[in-house]
Design a binder for this molecule. Structure first.
Ligand SMILES: Cc1cc2nc3c(=O)[nH]c(=O)nc-3n(C[C@H](O)[C@H](O)[C@H](O)COP(=O)(O)OP(=O)(O)OC[C@H]3O[C@@H](n4cnc5c(N)ncnc54)[C@H](O)[C@@H]3O)c2cc1C
Length: 511
């Protein structure tokens, strides 16, 4: 059977590989001229930059994609361990590292608050429990029926999953800085720690279990190798093909996908299709007559993740003292988060994430200088849209903060800067409102409430990627491909699933 996968983000690449491993003919259609979506590679002034993701958690999810074809991921791309995982710089001048060892982590917390250090193991145990339920049991579950979710409700209730992560951290930690450190994970997938469900505390346990890694040569090297893996096994990739419509027959099954390519329309007949772009864009492409009532309600009521401003730059000198993943926290917390998620102007004091790849992969330093990117969460375009006026001013704000707090003298050490803002996410990646991470990861948009992995009225049209279950971030979108595989295997019973459950894979990887 012929499957068309739309988009080449990490979720789509994983779906394409899984469908190929099941024996389908697979074509991938991507609007951009190159693969990766948010994880694509930018080239500025002859230098390569990872556009988006830099942190790899749950590495087994990538290993498994290679194993589907009897290959080893490590033979194609090496994962380098990060240590520290993150360095947090607080506005009062104090610092804390998040680190790979539990003992060192306690010592790090103790520097800020000895009492909180003694409570860290309790927090970790709770995170592990959230991980067991929220990820191992629910991560690759199919939430197309509401009953599947209701079954898990009591357990999630018992684990405090209906509280927010910010409140949850207060059960263990009293020092505000420690609470901030353990409330950051939702921000990394587009959620507000003040409102995002405490289930996201599972990310900490996932990091403890699988570590934090950086792909040698950058995340784009991983994307290149996923595409190469597909090519070796017969997947066809079509870049510069933007899908503009999907045709359905009288039984409401997709029969072909139409893409615009260099001013022409190219038709790809198919037996099934997988959409890996933003689900809101799919719903708009299909039109409301092909949506169920629930889907139409979901389309109207969904709230977006925040936007992102990312500044890519090269320095004339090196900064060996700076950690790979440095988080520069503003003095404001609640107020700043409100400004990002509800505000209608750019913050003057953004918190920043600084990526210095040469810290983990020295081969990524260039000449006498280094390549960096710095990311600031900002309002999405529905709340703020004056980037034409403000992009330069905001660049200066960001460079000034970095000069003062992390990279001394940066303004005079810059070789060049380039930036993207929510307009890029809207115009190039077709993400409504220029959302950095598709839809927001809140309880009312999780599991059954999130966009489903299969359309209600079009039974052979599946969805993967950040906007659908289980959610954004590389582990989430690669797991969404497992859900798609599960559904397709059920819908087309002659095909066997390539894996059974995440638990089995973890057990096998550990063995
Ligand atoms: C700056 C940044 C930093 C991040 N850092 C991390 C990190 O460190 N670790 C982590 O785990 N996650 C991180 N994330 C999140 C992670 O990158 C995303 O959740 C994930 O990559 C999204 O994958 P996806 O499968 O949803 O597809 P996307 O990457 O969103 O790609 C979708 C693709 O579909 C294409 N498309 C859309 N519409 C069409 C159409 N009509 N026709 C054809 N093609 C179409 C788009 O062009 C795009 O290429 C980061 C994200 C950003 C933006």
């Amino acid at each position: 059977m012929r499957a068309i996968v739309i988009g080449s983000g990490a979720g789509s690449l994983a779906s394409a590989l899984r469908l190929r491993a099941l024996g389908h003919e697979v074509d991938v259609l991507e609007a951009c001229p190159d693969p990766g979506g948010r994880a694509r590679e930018f080239s500025f002034h002859g230098h390569s930059f990872d556009a988006g993701p830099t942190v790899i958690t749950a590495p087994w999810l990538f290993d498994e994609l290679f194993e589907l074809f009897g290959e080893r991921r490590a033979d194609s791309v090496e994962f380098l361990p990060c240590d520290p995982w993150y360095r947090l710089l607080y506005a009062d001048g104090s610092e804390m590292d998040l680190v790979p060892s539990v003992e060192r982590q306690e010592a790090e917390i103790a520097r800020l608050s000895p009492r909180d250090a003694s409570r860290y193991r309790g927090y970790l145990e709770h995170s592990k429990e959230l991980y067991r339920v929220g990820y191992e049991q629910l991560g690759d579950a199919d939430f197309s029926s509401v009953t599947s979710m209701l079954k898990m409700m009591p357990k999630l209730l018992q684990l405090g999953g209906f509280s927010t992560l910010w409140r949850h951290t207060a059960r263990y930690f009293s020092d505000r800085r420690v609470r901030q450190a353990f409330s950051l994970p939702p921000l990394l997938v587009g959620g507000n720690p003040l409102t995002t469900t405490a289930i996201y505390g599972l990310i900490h346990a996932m990091e403890r279990k699988g570590g934090i890694w950086f792909a040698k040569g950058g995340t784009s090297a991983l994307i290149t190798q996923l595409v190469a893996l597909g090519q070796r096994h017969g997947i066809r990739y079509h870049f510069g093909h933007k899908v503009v419509s999907l045709s359905t027959d009288t039984a409401q099954r997709v029969t072909s996908v139409e893409a615009a390519h260099r001013g022409e329309q190219v038709v790809f007949p198919c037996d099934m299709a997988v959409w890996g772009g933003d689900p809101r864009a799919l719903y708009a492409t299909l039109g409301s007559s092909r949506l169920s009532l629930v889907e139409r309600i979901r389309e109207r009521t969904t709230s977006s993740s925040m936007g992102l401003f990312v500044l890519y730059f090269k320095t004339k000198r090196r900064y060996p003292e700076v950690a790979h993943h440095t988080i520069v926290l503003s003095e404001r917390w609640e107020g700043l988060l409100r400004d990002i998620f509800k505000g209608r102007k750019l913050p003057k004091d953004p918190s920043l994430y600084l990526h210095r790849p040469a810290a983990t992969d020295p081969s990524m330093a260039v000449d006498d200088g280094e390549l960096f990117y710095v990311l600031a969460p900002v309002p999405h375009l529905g709340n703020y849209n004056d980037w034409n006026l403000d992009a330069n001013r905001f660049t200066k704000t960001v460079v000034d903060i970095l000069s003062e707090r992390v990279l001394p003298g940066l303004s005079t050490e810059l070789d060049f800067t380039e930036s993207i803002d929510p307009r890029y996410f809207r115009d190039t990646l077709s993400s409504p409102l220029g959302a950095g991470f598709s839809i927001a990861p809140i309880l009312s948009q999780s599991a059954w409430f999130r966009f489903h992995n299969r359309m209600d009225k079009i039974p052979n049209l599946y969805l993967c990627g950040a906007g659908v279950h289980p959610g954004g971030g590389l582990p989430g979108v690669v797991t969404s491909a497992k859900v798609v595989e599960r559904l397709i295997t059920r819908d087309f019973p002659s095909l066997q699933p390539s894996q059974t459950s995440i638990k089995d894979i973890i057990a096998r990887t550990a063995a």
